[in-house]
Design a protein around this ligand. Structure first.
Ligand SMILES: Cc1cc2nc3c(=O)[nH]c(=O)nc-3n(C[C@H](O)[C@H](O)[C@H](O)COP(=O)(O)OP(=O)(O)OC[C@H]3O[C@@H](n4cnc5c(N)ncnc54)[C@H](O)[C@@H]3O)c2cc1C
Length: 294
């Protein structure tokens, strides 16, 4: 198969979906390639379903297609937007917008269809070659390899994957922020827990090495974790480059090992024997992969 496009976007996360819709609205024949089976990237596959920050000091500073899609999702879910004028009362993260992630994926796909973006899920880029007037890509899909010629290539992979395949240099920091598997635990009522007793066994578990410092993230508090039912709480140090498949595989397994460690510990605590692991994001959230040098 060999098809030509005006614009090809690699990665259907927030930036890729918006770039593809904008390109198609401007009349470009547009292809969007995504390695998973759904759009949204970190906001959906990574479970970070609370986009921000469209406002600063009470004033909207970001609008456009992202705002359109997020507010449409909130409206269709029957939700309300935070009161952005209360920026002096609330911390910035308290004014992020919770979206219903499954609905958000459907709305993103609807918008991609309405704008006639050609979407290729379950597809990755294998090679990128530039010549004078266009870029030639080899894609790897379930059918095998195919080639695409495109005038413009937009790398929205989050890790500059396509840019690196094109031969450009990337920069990787020697130390990067830890990664986060987003989770939700349930099956208990935080109001009925004996927090002091749980804290005591938690500190013992940390002291004996049963749990590690990052297992309850930045707060380091098991009580915050339980009151929030999990969420953005567990952090995992990346031992290898998380922009590579091998580094990412190691990180995903380390993340699930941390989840299991915490789950087993919690179920052994008083009042938590019925605790359930209700959700773990299909992909670990990465805050810092690679950036383009120069
Ligand atoms: C734990 C955590 C907490 C965060 N908290 C917040 C917050 O509170 N508020 C906020 O606004 N932002 C937050 N962020 C940041 C925000 O989630 C990201 O900035 C945003 O999602 C990045 O969007 P993106 O489209 O650039 O990349 P991504 O969302 O990562 O999308 C990249 C897409 O490309 C695909 N892809 C990657 N490589 C390839 C390839 N080679 N071929 C094909 N497809 C590929 C991926 O599957 C993915 O779908 C947080 C991030 C994390 C990890």
């Amino acid at each position: 198969m060999h098809i030509d496009y005006d614009v090809t976007v690699v990665g259907a996360g927030t930036s890729g979906v918006i770039s593809a819709i904008q390109a198609a609205r401007a009349g470009a024949k547009t292809l969007l390639i995504e390695k998973t089976g759904q759009p949204g990237g970190t906001a959906t596959s990574g479970g970070v379903d609370f986009p921000g920050l469209f406002h600063a000091w009470g004033r909207q500073v970001i609008a456009g297609i992202g705002w359109e899609l997020v507010t449409r999702t909130v409206a269709e879910a029957g939700g309300v937007l935070p009161d952005f004028s209360k920026w002096e009362t609330y911390r910035h993260w308290q004014l992020q917008i919770p979206v219903n992630a499954p609905l958000y994926t459907c709305i993103l796909d609807e918008a991609l269809r309405q704008t006639h973006v050609s979407v290729s899920y379950h597809t990755m880029v294998a090679t990128v070659k530039e010549d004078a007037d266009n870029v030639r890509l080899t894609l790897c899909g379930r059918e095998g390899l195919s080639t695409v010629n495109t005038t413009v290539l937009i790398d929205a992979s989050g890790d500059a994957n396509a840019v690196e395949l094109a031969g450009y240099k990337l920069r990787r920091n020697s130390e990067i922020q830890p990664c986060t598997p987003m989770i939700r635990v349930g099956g208990y009522d935080p109001a009925t827990l004996d927090e002091k007793a749980i804290e005591a066994v938690f500190h013992k578990a940390m002291a004996t090495g049963r749990l590690t410092r990052l297992d309850t993230g930045m707060s380091g508090s098991i009580i915050t974790f339980l009151r929030n039912h999990g969420s953005n709480c567990i952090h995992v140090r990346a031992e290898e480059d998380p922009a590579s498949s091998s580094g990412r595989s190691r990180m995903e397994q380390d993340a699930r090992a941390a989840v299991l460690r915490l789950y087993r510990f919690l179920r052994s605590c008083s009042g938590l024997s019925e605790l359930q692991l209700e959700y773990i994001a299909p992909e670990c959230g990465i805050l810092e992969g690679a950036t383009i040098a120069g």
